[in-house]
Structures are given as C-alpha cells and as structure tokens.
Design a protein around this ligand. Sequence first.
Ligand SMILES: Nc1ncnc2c1ncn2[C@@H]1O[C@H](COP(=O)(O)OP(=O)(O)OP(=O)(O)O)[C@@H](O)[C@H]1O
Ligand SMILES: [Mg+2]
Length: 271
Amino acid sequence: MSLLTVKQLNITDTQTHQQLVNGIHFQLEKGETLGIIGESGSGKTITCRAIMGLNDPRLQVEGQIYFDGVDLLQLPNQLLRQRRGGDIAMIMQQGSRAFDPSSKVGKQMFETMVMHTDLSKKSIEAVLIKYMQFMKLKDPEQILQSYPHMLSGGMLQRLMIVLALALKPKLIIADEPTTALDTITQYDVLEAFSDIKKQIDCAIIFISHDLAVINKVADKIMVMKAGVCVESGPKEAVLFSPHHDYTKYLLSTKQKINHHFKLIMRGEGHA
Ligand SMILES: Nc1ncnc2c1ncn2[C@@H]1O[C@H](COP(=O)(O)OP(=O)(O)OP(=O)(O)O)[C@@H](O)[C@H]1O
Ligand SMILES: [Mg+2]
C-alpha cells in the first residue's frame, strides 16, 4: 500500500463555479520525494492544501486522498487536525508567517511538540537542538529565546524545517520553501533538504518553479498546467525526455535563461 494515493482530485471554487483542479491523481511511496512544477496559478498549492485540509471553505474538494489507507476527505475535522502536524507537516514559503510575532520561537516550537508528541520537556529540547545543529543554526539556545522579528527569513525557514523534522512526520509537504530566500541561503536550505532523509524516514512533496531545485531533490515529478497534470513520471524521464509540449517549453525556457546567464557572466550578454 502506498503512503499517499490521491485519486480524481477536483477542486472547485463554489462562488464562481470555476474548476481549479481537475482529475489530479498521484501516488507517493514511503521515503519518496515527489516534485510538483508548473506555472503560477496551476493549482500546486491548493492541491497540497487539500491533503492538509487547509483550503479556504469556498473551495470544494472532491475525490479521494488515501493516507496510510485512510481517506482524509472522509475524516472529521478533529481527526484531520491530529494528522496535520503529527503525521503530515507543511513547510510554507515564508517562515515568518508561520510564527506568532508576540511569542518567543522556542515557546511556540515547544507547544507544537507537546501537542503532537509524547516527549518529555528535556527530550523536546534535545531533539530541537539536534536538528538546529543539523540545519547549521548557530547558538540554538539563544535562538529559542528570540522573538520572530529578531531572526532573519532564512533562520525562520530553517526553524520550520527543524520543527518538521522534530515531529518525525511520515510526509513533509514543502511549498516553495526556498523561494523567499537569497541565493546563498537558498543553497544551504536545499542542501539540508537533500539530507533530510538521512535524519528521518519520511516522504516529501516539494513544490517549486525552479527545475534545478526539483532536479536536486525529487525522485519523480508531476507537471501541472491550468489545474491538470500534463505529465508525470520518474525525474530522469520528465527532465531529460519529456513528452508534453508544456514540459518541453519549461525546459527550453530554463536552458535559455542558463545560456543568457553564462553570457552575462562572460561579459557577452545584453542584460
Ligand atoms: N481561496 C481561494 N479562493 C478562490 N480561488 C483560489 C483560492 N486560492 C487559490 N485560488 C485559485 O486557484 C488557482 C490555483 O491556485 P494555487 O495557489 O494553487 O496556484 P499555484 O500553482 O500554487 O501558483 P503559484 O506558483 O503562484 O504559487 C488560482 O487560479 C487561484 O487564483
Ligand atoms: Mg503556490
């Protein structure tokens, strides 16, 4: 049995009657990373939020989302909330939004750990510090005593990953987790992402616009356009011998940008 099976997922805006996601299906095995790519507005985020049960109520979700054999769309809200954060963790684009500005980050992380695990206070602290070290966060004790505004976007993003790791979920959903970061921090966070599976045994769904990023982290890829999946398969097949015109277009655009960048670096480009 797969860890996650999404079948015939449809998402409709009940106010405009517009169908935003149409017949999406995919499977994710234990330990696998699925990369989702596609243009802005293609439905990547609402597909993943549907798995978490986090979409705006005006968006009607239909289909089946089997997680560990249980259809999440049939679960009452309270049980779904328990799954969320315990079995499934989500890392969003902006770490700063995930934290309450009025309370110290350590306190917030601690409360989440108490809610979703049976660990003692001492063990929680030890596990948070262990993963903070893994995420190359210096002076963990001091960071835990800080308010969110005292930390950079990159640090808050790393803390979200620390929390996701500490909760030992079966599935981590990362929605453009590096987009808001500068290039160097982005690189560091990505490196850590590719090492996550050495730390915990989990599956990952990783959403990104960036094909290079997807190439680094994913085992298989789903390409979305206007609410439908236009192509999916193992990473090598999708990136190196794509079938659909849209995937070919995405790849050729990427190649053009890379070529242009190389010319600029050699002083031959017209920026
Ligand atoms: N709460 C909402 N109410 C109505 N429409 C919504 C809502 N949230 C998203 N949508 C619409 O659903 C479609 C898919 O949005 P989604 O955020 O999933 O795109 P995306 O692929 O994640 O794009 P991006 O790459 O920009 O993050 C868009 O047309 C968007 O306008
Ligand atoms: Mg999105």
